[in-house]
Design a binder for this molecule. Structure first.
Ligand SMILES: [Fe+2]
Ligand SMILES: [Fe+2]
Length: 289
C-alpha cells in the first residue's frame, strides 16, 4: 500500500475552518449573518479534514505521545526571543492558497485583541497571543496530525464525543486491553494533570511557557483544542474539581480563538508598545523550543 500523504490539509487553517463549521458563532446565528463572514466552508476541504483525522486518530497512540514528549519537551532545538518566534511561526503561511489572507501572527493578535477589548486580565491577553505558538512543530518537520486537530486523552478509551470517532478503530491502542477501558491507565477523577493528552501544539506551548503564566492561562493553552471536553463534556470521569474550576477559563477562552477572525488586520504599529510591555512583564528574554 502506498504511504499516505502525511499532510492532507492544504494549510493548518483548514482544521480551524472545520471547527467553525462544527461550532458556528452563536452571535452570527442570532444576527443571521452569513457565516462566510469568516470563510466559506466548502465540501472539498471536508475530505482533506477527514483524511487528516483518519491519520490523527490512527497514529496518536499512547507510545507515540511518550516518544514525542521525550523528543520535544527537552526544549533543546532552538532558543529565540518571542518576537523572533512569531516571525518563525509566520513561515507557516501557505502561499499555494491564494485565499490565505492572514498569517499566523494575525490570528494570535486578533485573538488577544478581542480578549483585551472585553477587559479581561492581561495574562489572558497574553494567552491569546501565545496560544498557537506550538504550531512551530510543523517547522521542525512534524506532520500535521501531530501538531493540530482536536486533542484527547490517550491511554484510556476514546470518547465517542471526539470528532470522527470511527477512525479510532485503526489505532492499535483501540484493541490493547491496557488502554481501551473507560479509565485505562488512569484512576477515576484523577485530574487532568495526571492524564496524557494526544500530542500537538497545545501541550507543547503549555510546557514551553508554564513557568511564566498564572494557572488559568496555563489551562487555556494546554486544553484549547480539547473540544471533546470543553464543548462536549466527554471526559468528566477523568476531571477533578480543580479541573472543573479551571475549565471555566478554558471555556471563556474558546470563543476568542474561534470567532475573532477578521479580514481587516489590526494596526500593529499602534499596538506594538502595549504588547512589548506585556511580553516583557511575563516572559523571559528568550523562549526555548
Ligand atoms: Fe490552537
Ligand atoms: Fe487559534
Amino acid at each position: 500500500m502506498p504511504r499516505p500523504n502525511q499532510n492532507p490539509l492544504h494549510n493548518l487553517d483548514e482544521w480551524e475552518e472545520d471547527l467553525l463549521s462544527r461550532y458556528p458563532d452563536p452571535e452570527s446565528i442570532a444576527q443571521s449573518k452569513p457565516t462566510e463572514a469568516y470563510r466559506n466552508y466548502e465540501e472539498p476541504s471536508r475530505d482533506t479534514v477527514k483524511e487528516f483525522y483518519r491519520l490523527n486518530h490512527t497514529y496518536q497512540t499512547y507510545d507515540f505521545v511518550q516518544k514525542k514528549r521525550e523528543e520535544f519537551l527537552k526544549f533543546n532545538k532552538k532558543e529565540m526571543p518571542v518576537w523572533a518566534a512569531f516571525d518563525f511561526l509566520n513561515q507557516l503561511v501557505d502561499d499555494s492558497d491564494p485565499d490565505t489572507d492572514l498569517d499566523q501572527f494575525q490570528h494570535l493578535l486578533q485573538t488577544s485583541e478581542a480578549i483585551r477589548r472585553d477587559g479581561h486580565p492581561d495574562w489572558m491577553v497574553l494567552a491569546g497571543l501565545l496560544h498557537d505558538m506550538g504550531k512551530v512543530l510543523c517547522l521542525f518537520g512534524e506532520p500535521q496530525w501531530a501538531v493540530v486537530g482536536d486533542t484527547f486523552p490517550v491511554g484510556c478509551a476514546y470518547s465517542d464525543k471526539i470528532v470522527y470517532p470511527e477512525f479510532f478503530q485503526h489505532n492499535p491502542d483501540f484493541t490493547n486491553q491496557s488502554y481501551n477501558t473507560k479509565y485505562g491507565v488512569y484512576a477515576p477523577n484523577c485530574g487532568l494533570r495526571n492524564v496524557t493528552m494526544s500530542w500537538g501544539h497545545d501541550e507543547y506551548v503549555y510546557q514551553m511557557t508554564k513557568d511564566y503564566l498564572p494557572e488559568p492561562a496555563q489551562y487555556m493553552l494546554r486544553y484549547h483544542s480539547f473540544y471533546a471536553q470543553h464543548r462536549e463534556n466527554g471526559y468528566d470521569h477523568l476531571m477533578d474539581d480543580h479541573d472543573r474550576e479551571m475549565f471555566k477559563w478554558v471555556k471563556l477562552f474558546n470563543p476568542y480563538d474561534l470567532y475573532s477572525k477578521n479580514p481587516n488586520p489590526p494596526d500593529w504599529n499602534e499596538l506594538k508598545p502595549y504588547y512589548e510591555g506585556l511580553v516583557a512583564k511575563y516572559l523571559p528574554a528568550n523562549l526555548k523550543f
